[in-house]
Design a protein around this ligand. Structure first.
Ligand code: NAP
Ligand code: MG
Length: 402
């Protein structure tokens, strides 16, 4: 078979630990034999980030801006323990944080679903995608612990005019927090969500607590509403899609009763919490895909899970591991399909789709990594596999159906 050609390179961001091992296996077994792969390679492994003073992370994000599509392996976010383990010059920041700040995006997380893996919520028939605003709010808040006294909120504009309001007169010790967000970031969040919904052909839900937070959350609601009406309503209606705003507590109740098959946009904290709930209810973190979409049309695909450190330490000792490569494979297929779409390469799109089908067929036939075994329908005869066996099984199926 002739290998499938590519026009523009993918930005390839390599990573750490077990996922770095799997990364190579996926490339060698599932992609390179079939695709004349073009990538611009950036090694975001912690050693190279340390050697380059983390410049490699910035360069990889800038390359994503240039080419439009990236695929990223999971990476270590250093903490104190990693400082000594890797003998680091500095506690380098989270690569995802750096990349997000440069691309200014929204993170979409969707579970890979299969009929034999039943969601904990019986009514869910289709995946639910969480769209999380990844800027500001409690993640950039200023906090005090305070004694007795008066807390005020003060804002001074450029001309020196002051707005001042009492927050609370403390009669005892307490806590205090200041949060912010920016219209520009909320607008780009909204546009990313509307574009993604159109792209996927799915309805968009958005929820905040605007009845209680009449300025803060209400601003989010208003900005979404305004952008929808002015820029997207026509296109949504043409495609038979709906934009639906509701209060977050109402949304939570409706999500549980729903059949799934929509995108749920959430503020930063809500998205953080709800994406863990939704992914667990659908099955496993190892089956959760993640894509960062920027408002000017750049895409960065990755798995939602980390570097699976515990499995890596076993691997280093020469022990066998059964690490699930699904989300990492789907990061590759997502990126290849998007590249195919942008460069008008139907063969590349079809390859991505076929590789995804080969993965799903393999699991449906009962071949899977250990993490999925306990989630499986009891009617299925399950054959637990090691990571490399599972990847080879997918390759067999891929060769059959290509
Ligand atoms: P993790 O790597 O996601 O792993 C947590 C546990 O979840 C694993 O020990 C394993 O459970 C299970 N698991 C996750 N992915 C799996 C897979 N593909 N197959 C099978 N089981 C899987 O999270 P972590 O241990 O908290 O973090 C490890 C490192 O990853 C940290 O250095 C962190 O900074 C980094 N991290 C990176 C990203 C990213 O790059 N996007 C995201 C999160 C964390 P069992 O041990 O029970 O089998
Ligand atoms: Mg979280």
């Amino acid at each position: 078979m002739e290998k499938i050609k590519m026009l523009t390179p993918l930005v390839e961001m390599d990573g750490d630990e077990m996922t770095r091992i799997i990364w190579q296996q996926i490339k060698n077994q599932l992609i390179l034999p079939f695709v004349e792969l073009k990538t611009e390679y950036y090694d975001l492994g912690l050693e190279n980030r340390n050697q380059t003073n983390d410049e490699v992370t910035t360069l990889s994000a800038l390359a994503t801006k240039k080419y439009g599509v990236a695929v990223k392996c999971a990476t270590i976010t250093p903490n104190k323990q990693r400082m000594s383990e890797y003998n680091l010059k500095e506690m380098w920041k989270s690569p995802n944080g750096t990349i997000r700040a440069i691309l200014d995006g929204t993170v979409f997380r969707a579970p890979i679903t299969l009929p034999i893996i039943k969601p904990a919520v019986k009514t869910w028939e289709k995946p639910i995608t969480i769209a999380r605003h990844a800027y500001g709010d409690v993640y950039k808040a200023t906090e005090f612990r305070v004694p007795k006294g008066k807390a005020e909120l003060v804002f001074t504009d450029e001309k020196g005019n002051e707005q001042r309001e009492t927050i609370y007169n403390f009669e005892c010790d307490g806590v205090l927090q200041g949060q912010y967000n920016k219209d520009s970031s909320i607008k780009s969040f909204a546009r990313s969500c509307f574009n993604y919904a159109l792209n996927q052909g799915e309805d968009l839900w958005f929820s905040t607590k605007d009845t209680i937070s009449k300025k803060y959350d209400h601003t989010f609601k208003n900005i979404f509403e305004e952008i929808y009406i002015n820029e997207y309503k026509e296109e949504f209606e043409k495609n038979g899609l709906e934009y639906f705003y509701t209060l977050i507590d109402d949304a939570v109740a409706r999500v549980i009763r729903s059949k799934g098959g929509f995108i749920w946009a959430l503020k930063n904290y809500d998205g953080d919490v709800m994406s863990d709930m939704v992914s667990t209810a659908f099955g496993s973190l190892a089956m959760m895909t993640s894509v960062l979409v920027s408002p000017d049309g750049n895409f960065e695909y990755e798995a939602a899970h980390g570097t699976v450190t515990k499995h890596y330490y076993k691997y280093l000792k020469g022990e066998e591991t059964s690490t699930n490569p699904m989300a990492t494979i789907f990061a590759w297929t997502g990126a290849l399909k998007k590249r195919g779409e942008l460069d008008n390469l139907p063969k590349l799109i079809r390859f991505g789709e076929t590789l995804e089908k080969a993965c799903l067929d393999t699991i449906s036939a009962g071949f899977m990594t250990k993490d999925l075994v306990s989630l499986c329908d009891s009617s299925v005869e399950v054959k637990p596999m090691l990571t490399n066996e599972f990847i080879l099984k997918i390759k067999e199926r891929l060769q059959e159906i290509l």
